[in-house]
Design a protein around this ligand. Structure first.
Ligand SMILES: NC(=O)c1ccc[n+]([C@@H]2O[C@H](COP(=O)([O-])OP(=O)(O)OC[C@H]3O[C@@H](n4cnc5c(N)ncnc54)[C@H](O)[C@@H]3O)[C@@H](O)[C@H]2O)c1
Ligand SMILES: [Fe+2]
Length: 371
């Protein structure tokens, strides 16, 4: 069975003041963001905002401790709506804050309290990768067990996803690269997932096209080409979010979570570390299935001659933006091989979306080969 659902209303504005005016944003709304983003956005259009800076609660991607401290402070404030302005970190935290009656986010993660819709949630992405603005997923690290896990629920769909490309003009190139490669992997994993269907393919293929063409531009003209194309890549990341929000993502994400959780490797960079190896395994086990279509699509976007190796060429291109390193250079130790394999296999929510099933031996071999 396959289906297609989009629960979030999407708005697109050229400038932030248009959003502020149309949504009548005031200090009765709680803005969650990062100071660097705030200085280049809301601060330019007034000072009387009700703001919490995510980094004041902990650095890096979301974890239970950071989120619980933020929830405690948000509960002391009076506000009507939550406006999350940031990358996947800020957005995923905003989603959890919008729920009702949560004191400890681990209770939500482990199903100890029912999930209830609370505040209206408006999301403005400032990276171009996660697609979280249109998904019902929030990802966090459980710091006790040092693992990344996802919470999936209908009430985690933002009410509004607001795309404003100018918010991304200060995005450091490194985070442009990490986040856009995440979006590209969302589109590819979604296309190969069993729940993929003509609707999700439409969004996934368009996302691949916009991102790979931008990478070609960057390889040819330099980093400024990323910013010239930023509106397209922002759209692509939302498209990829729509695609994978319906199909799920698979083994690339499952294998990357232990690395991201334990060694705090940025999500997109961690995904890219496993992308090539997972595609190679897929191709080895079932070379005549849907993977042939995706190779043709990628070869077409890359203008490869007949017989060209699409995944190999794509990796050459991506490596110019996100150099891939052996896993030990991200901090991984030989002792991690077994627990990482166990942890990746336990990400059943993701592993069921694989193009071909993976055994623990397959996963261990990938970790060993990349180590
Ligand atoms: N919920 C989902 O559907 C979903 C999907 C994929 C990933 N994720 C999660 O999203 C997180 C990663 O998000 P991300 O890749 O967007 O990175 P991020 O949100 O962690 O941001 C990376 C860095 O860029 C900075 N930054 C962001 N926007 C900026 C801007 N416009 N200008 C200057 N600095 C800016 C941030 O402050 C941060 O330091 C991970 O936790 C990942 O697991 C969630
Ligand atoms: Fe992702």
């Amino acid at each position: 069975m396959s289906s297609f659902k989009l629960s979030t209303e999407i708005r697109y504005y050229n400038q932030l003041p248009e959003f502020i005016q149309e949504f009548s944003v005031t200090k009765d709304d709680l803005i969650i963001t990062n100071e660097v983003i705030y200085d280049n956005s809301f601060k330019l259009y007034g000072t009387d905002w009700n703001v919490l800076f995510q980094e004041a609660y902990g650095l890096g991607e979301p974890n239970d401790k950071m989120i619980n401290k933020l929830i405690a402070d948000a509960q002391k404030k009076k506000y009507n709506r939550i406006i999350a302005v940031g990358g996947g970190t800020v957005i995923d935290i905003g989603k959890l804050l919008s729920l009702q009656g949560v004191d400890d986010v681990l209770d939500v993660l482990y199903g100890k309290v029912p999930i209830k819709k609370g505040k209206t949630l408006i999301v403005l992405p400032t990276t171009c990768g996660t697609g979280s603005e249109v998904t019902n997923i929030s990802i966090l690290e459980d710091t006790t067990n040092k693992v990344k896990k996802g919470i999936v629920h209908q009430y985690l769909f933002p009410d509004f996803a607001v795309l404003v490309p100018e918010l991304l003009k200060g995005l450091p190139f490194k985070f442009f690269a990490f986040s856009s490669v995440d979006a590209l992997i969302h589109a590819i994993e979604s296309y190969l997932a069993p729940k993929s269907n003509p609707m999700t393919e439409l969004f996934g293929v368009k996302a691949m096209e916009l991102i790979i063409n931008t990478y070609k531009d960057v390889a040819e003209k330099g980093q400024q080409a990323a910013y010239e194309n930023i509106g397209k890549v922002l759209l692509a990341s939302t498209y990829a979010g729509i695609a994978f929000g319906n199909t799920g993502v698979g083994a690339v994400h499952a294998l990357s979570y232990p690395l991201g959780g334990k060694y705090h490797v940025a999500h997109g960079e961690a995904n890219y570390a496993f992308f090539d190896a997972v595609m190679k395994k897929y191709d080895e086990v079932n070379p005549t299935g849907k993977i042939t279509q995706i190779k043709e699509i990628i070869a077409g976007i890359l203008d490869l001659p007949a017989g060209g190796n699409a995944f190999a060429e794509l990796n050459v291109l991506i490596n110019k933006l996100v150099p891939r390193k052996p896993l030990r250079e991200y901090g991984m130790k030989a002792d991690d091989l077994a627990p990482f394999t166990k942890n990746a296999m336990e990400q059943e929510r993701l592993m069921i979306n694989n193009y071909v099933p993976f055994t623990a031996d397959d996963v261990l071999k990938i970790y060993k080969d990349l180590y």
